[in-house]
Design a protein around this ligand. Structure first.
Ligand SMILES: Cc1ncc(COP(=O)(O)O)c(C=O)c1O
Length: 375
């Protein structure tokens, strides 16, 4: 039996064809017709004015915050329950993340805590955060009807880290479209991949132009190489954009497959004691990037780590949910608002194999191992 991975890439003849067509066209560069087309197609899919193809989601986060003027001495609200890249981008700019706990009902940044933190700061005459980053965790949008009015009323611009959420919606509007900029990742384990890559999306032509400028070493218009600010080498290769275009064509079928995988696990594990699932909020439709469960060791009989190791022993990859960033050594000195909800989910949380290429037999293998461990 072959190894079952958490969320491996799924590529086929269309990816191969488009990649080779780009190769044969000799556009082996971080610009070219596939970059332009990939940008247009993502913008169209998200229903937003502009998209800028970049080398990673992290690069997109870095530029999004840079363009909001985040810099040394600033603080930025960031959910604690996320991948480290969200907060690393804040640190790249010499600013400090202020971690905010997640809501138990969505696993996303808790709007009540954001409201409390902003109103406390305003009341005490303390510095307001320079920006806030929301994350659409595991493919489910944060609660924007609550978050956007807070961002507006306190004048704290919002960056939407939708790295995991391409194709998800919030009240029928696409994830990625809610902030001053939105960010997607096409890393190898994401719902569509370019092996490595990212996209910044925005309604503002000025922001998109500025992002393209900063991502190409901030080269000023001139026949020679002229530079007036520090830039970055952050553009996406045309070859990888071709791969991304082929992947994007299959996005809806990938979401549908992952939705069914989620449904399968919910049914197959329903009777087991002490198993919970990441809640799906009524306000939107996730892309079901990863299916994550919680395991209460008192009820289930063994803990999350025992389940993970049992799966690993039969060559099945599962991963603990994100370790909250306020518990990471690198951010030990950063402020945190709450934190116990994310810590509790981390103690009990496990992401199950969710790749769109998994067969029904693969899923049965995973559920069988978990079921055999239950009390
Ligand atoms: C929530 C989140 N933010 C940011 C990133 C960074 O994206 P990338 O790996 O493309 O830099 C990822 C994934 O890797 C992510 O899951």
């Amino acid at each position: 039996m072959s190894r079952i991975y958490l969320s491996p890439p799924e590529v086929g003849p269309e990816e191969r064809r488009m990649l080779l067509a780009a190769f044969d066209s000799n556009w082996i560069a971080p610009l070219g017709p596939d970059v332009d087309a990939f940008e247009a197609e993502i913008a169209d899919r998200v229903g937003i004015g502009h998209a800028v193809a970049l080398s990673s989601g992290t690069a997109a986060l870095h530029l999004a915050l840079l363009m909001l003027g985040v810099g040394p001495g600033d603080e930025v609200l960031v959910p604690s329950f996320t991948f480290v890249a969200t907060a690393n981008a804040v640190r790249y700019l010499g600013a400090e993340p202020v971690f905010v706990d997640c809501s138990p009902t969505t696993w996303n940044i808790d709007p009540d805590l954001v409201a409390e933190e902003l109103s406390d700061r305003a009341r005490d005459g303390r510095l307001l955060p320079r920006a806030m980053v929301t994350v659409d965790l595991y493919g489910q949008a944060a609660d924007y009807d609550r978050l956007l009015p807070l961002a507006d009323s306190y004048g704290v611009p919002l960056v939407e880290d939708a790295a995991e959420a391409l194709g998800a919606t919030y009240r029928s509007r696409a994830a990625g479209s809610f902030g001053a900029s939105g960010v997607f990742s096409f890393n190898g384990n994401k719902i569509i991949t370019t092996s490595g890559g990212g996209m910044l999306v925005t309604e503002s032509a000025h922001v998109a132009d500025r992002a393209r400028y900063l991502a190409t070493q901030a080269r000023d218009p001139s026949p020679h190489y002229e530079h007036s600010v520090v830039g970055y080498n952050y553009r996406l290769s045309n070859l990888l954009a071709a791969l991304g275009r082929a992947q994007l064509r299959g996005l809806d079928s990938r979401i549908e497959r992952r939705r069914r995988i989620n449904e399968y696990y919910r049914t197959a594990l329903a009777e087991l004691p002490g198993i919970g699932f990441m809640p799906i909020a009524a306000y939107g439709e996730p892309n079901y990037w990863l299916t994550c469960i919680t395991i209460d060791p008192e009820q289930f009989g063994v803990d999350r780590e025992a389940v993970r190791l049992a799966l690993e022993s039969v060559d099945i990859e599962a991963r603990p949910t994100w370790k909250p960033l306020h518990l990471q050594p690198v951010f030990a000195a950063s402020p945190v608002v709450g934190g116990s909800v994310a810590a509790h989910i981390f103690d009990q949380g496990l992401c199950l194999p969710t790749g769109s290429g998994l067969s029904n037999e693969d899923l049965e293998r995973v559920a069988g191992v978990i079921g055999a461990l239950a009390r």
